[in-house]
Design a binder for this molecule. Structure first.
Ligand code: 7RM
Length: 671
């Protein structure tokens, strides 16, 4: 990067030739010439304040990972020091061997010996408007008490607990309580349905479910407890206890002998609960994420490496300080909520803001209102939210003072340069660095990201790899592609917070991530690098959609559709969507004798919502007489994508069994 191309005041150095893409799905702007350097003021105060410093640290992290990570890991609190940093037998990594520690102790107890004791750990606002602040001391107490409630209800080291909660502090309390006693949690997003809960409960053989009566979302009440009841009625279950937090006060069914009230249980326990010394490789949590089959994968993360990486990235990427009010808008049900609302910020002793509800409740300015009121200084959100804010109009922001912001972040999908510029100018007032962080449920934390006091940024690129991350873009044979050429994104070395497996499925772990290229992690994303070596993530190259920053397997939606009695076969594809990045289009063939209609289309949408949850709601159902298939019977998704996007069919169709079906599909839009 030439010095000339970057101005000090964080203004575009050159304005020409930057054609912002209008939709998120547009190709990355490799011609992007706008470069934004962090201001001298920001750099000076930052932990890493120059590219030279970043490069030096990066080189060490790659060449001498033992030394680099061994040193960083000493900043955590160890009950027994580790004796070896890494043992790598692909695909199995062990970090910090011999070491013992506890994640909850690192997030809580160790902050109680100094001024952080009375500092806000969690600032919370409910959707209806209630406010709560939990200091580190208070959070510690609540976590200890709830850990004792878990024990009282039979939780033992190594057990699995499902957490299905609204965005209230008790979600974080439940997670930390599990971590404290060596119980694994699996948080299920509150927008998932009974059926999804059941699948996850059964897959991980959970003993306890922690939930609430309900939660608030866009003025309505989400019937969480009812969904749990329904889930547990769907066949045999391993669940012995359901612990229910009273959030909304609505009527719920209480199953004698199985269900207990969180609030009542607290009366039976005290606030003493030692943090169990756990092996650095002890499992911490399972989080389910979509893959290219109908069955979500239970991604397994362990203790020491995961904690170190979430801690380190909060330190270097968000450059979090004691004075910051940090807000990550992700739900706790996604990995971002795990690493960047709970574990990372608390391990660093930061103040983490948590908001329960929707960004447009009661009005479109709720987020700006919160930033203004709490003087949020570091703000982390998703491109899909930014595009929605853009659409709602600038006047919503202008009513509020956003000058407390000093750093902005994005995650979840590629950000289109137009949205990046809007975020930079209108939210950041032109002065805040933006960290566009590429990572995955599997990676546990940031992998490709700017370092805010060092890396010059360009709208639309996640820029350069984080410490220890040996990222490359390769062709199908594993050869690195040239500048500006598209290829597959791989990681060639193990990193501390990498997934340790797929729960109960060693084979799938090996096949999904480590078989495409021997010895390397295959991320499932396509990408390119520009002349400065910056990574431009293009998006998934497998059958996984990214709808409003949420991962969704096309096969999951397909299996939900075929579970409806009217459906014979279905194929689900994504189509570019201005707001959500991708929309869900379902091609459906019905069974003999079934009549297609707009009503049936609506019914199928509702059916998918019921089976998977509102996140998976199809945008469009298109009925077809047949689906286009190759001679070997494979559905030709490439063609369907083009049909769904309204493009003219191009490319090779010679392997099509029945070319006529294409013409019929193109004309079949039902709504
Ligand atoms: C954290 C998270 C992972 C997938 C990943 C990408 C996409 C995430 C970015 C991004 C471009 C980014 N976990 N993705 N961040 N694409 N730029 N900054 O999102 O497991 O739910 O999704 O999301 O395709 O593979 S996730």
């Amino acid at each position: 990067m030439s010095k000339k191309a970057a101005s000090k005041k964080s203004k575009p150095a050159k304005k020409k030739s930057s054609k912002p893409a209008s939709a998120a799905a547009a190709k990355p702007a490799l011609t992007e010439s706008r470069v934004f350097k962090p201001s001298a003021e920001f750099s000076k105060a930052a932990r890493i304040s120059s590219m030279a410093q970043y490069k030096k640290m990066y080189d060490e992290s790659i060449k001498h990972p033992d030394k680099f990570f061994g040193r960083e890991a000493k900043e955590l609190s160890w009950q027994k020091p580790f004796t070896k940093v890494l043992e790598w037998k692909c695909p199995n990594a062990k970090w910090f061997l011999g070491g013992k520690l506890n994640v909850s102790e690192n997030c809580l107890d160790r902050h109680l010996n100094g001024p952080r004791k009375t500092k806000a750990a969690i600032i919370w606002e409910g959707e209806p408007g209630e406010k709560r602040v939990l200091t580190y001391q208070q959070l510690h107490r609540e976590v200890c008490r709830f850990a004792n409630v878990l024990k009282r209800n039979g939780a033992k080291k190594g057990d699995r607990v499902i957490i299905y909660m609204p965005m209230i502090p008790e979600a974080a309390i439940a997670m930390l309580a599990c971590a404290r006693i060596g119980v694994m949690h699996s948080v299920v997003f509150g927008g998932f349905s009974a059926e999804s809960i059941k699948d996850r409960v059964n897959d991980c053989q959970a003993k306890i479910v922690v939930t609430a009566d309900g939660g608030y979302r866009r003025g309505a009440v989400v019937p969480l407890k009812k969904n749990v009841d329904d889930a547990l009625q769907l066949g045999e279950t391993t669940v012995k206890k359901v612990i229910v937090y009273k959030r909304t006060g609505q009527d719920v069914h209480i199953e004698e002998g199985r269900d207990v009230w969180w609030n009542r249980e607290l009366e039976y326990v005290d606030a003493n609960c030692p943090a169990v010394a756990l092996d650095a490789e002890a499992p911490l949590f399972i989080l389910y994420t979509s893959g290219s089959t109908g069955k979500p994968k239970g991604i397994l993360h362990t203790t020491g490496g995961y904690l170190l990486h979430s801690y380190m990235t909060c330190k270097y990427v968000f450059d979090l300080r004691d004075e910051d009010v940090y807000w990550c808008t992700a739900d706790v049900g996604w990995v971002t909520g795990h690493s960047y609302m709970v574990y990372g910020p608390l391990a660093l002793g930061a103040t983490s803001l948590m908001y329960e509800g929707a960004p447009n409740w009661p009005e479109n300015d709720r987020f700006w209102r919160i930033i203004d009121e709490y003087k949020v200084s570091v703000f982390y959100t998703a491109p899909t939210a930014i595009r929605a804010f853009m659409k709602w109009g600038d006047h919503w922001l202008k009513k509020h003072d956003l000058t407390s912001l000093r750093l902005l972040g994005t995650v979840g999908e590629p950000i289109n340069p137009e949205a990046w510029m809007w975020y930079h100018k209108l939210v950041g007032g032109g002065k805040c660095p933006i960290v566009d962080t590429w990572w995955q449920t599997e990676t546990g934390g940031h992998m490709i990201t700017p370092i805010p006091g060092a890396t010059p940024t360009k709208p639309g690129t996640a820029t350069l790899p984080f410490f220890g991350v040996d990222a490359a873009i390769v062709d199908d044979l594993g050869k690195e592609v040239g500048k500006d050429e598209q290829g597959k994104l791989v990681i060639r070395k193990p990193w501390p917070s990498m997934l340790r497996g797929i729960w109960g499925d060693k084979k799938r772990y090996q096949e999904t991530y480590w078989s495409e290229f021997k010895g390397w992690y295959f991320a499932g994303d396509g990408a390119r690098r520009d002349k400065d070596g910056y990574f431009w993530i293009i998006g998934r190259i497998d059958d996984v959609l990214n709808v409003a920053g949420h991962r969704l397997g096309t096969a999951e939606v397909e299996s939900a559709l075929v579970s409806h009695p009217a459906v014979a076969e279905s194929a689900v594809v994504g189509r570019p969507d201005e707001l959500k990045g991708q929309g869900v289009v379902c091609f459906v063939t019905v069974k003999e004798g079934v009549k297609t209609s707009r009503e049936l289309g609506e019914e199928l949408k509702k059916h998918v919502r019921t089976v998977i949850g509102p996140v998976a709601t199809p945008d469009e159902i298109r009925f077809a007489a047949a689906l286009p298939k190759t001679r070997s019977g494979k559905i030709m998704r490439r063609l369907l994508k083009q049909v769904a996007a309204g493009e003219i069919i191009k490319g090779d169709t010679t392997t099509l069994e029945d070319i006529n079906v294409i013409a019929q599909l193109a004309a079949s839009g039902d709504d």
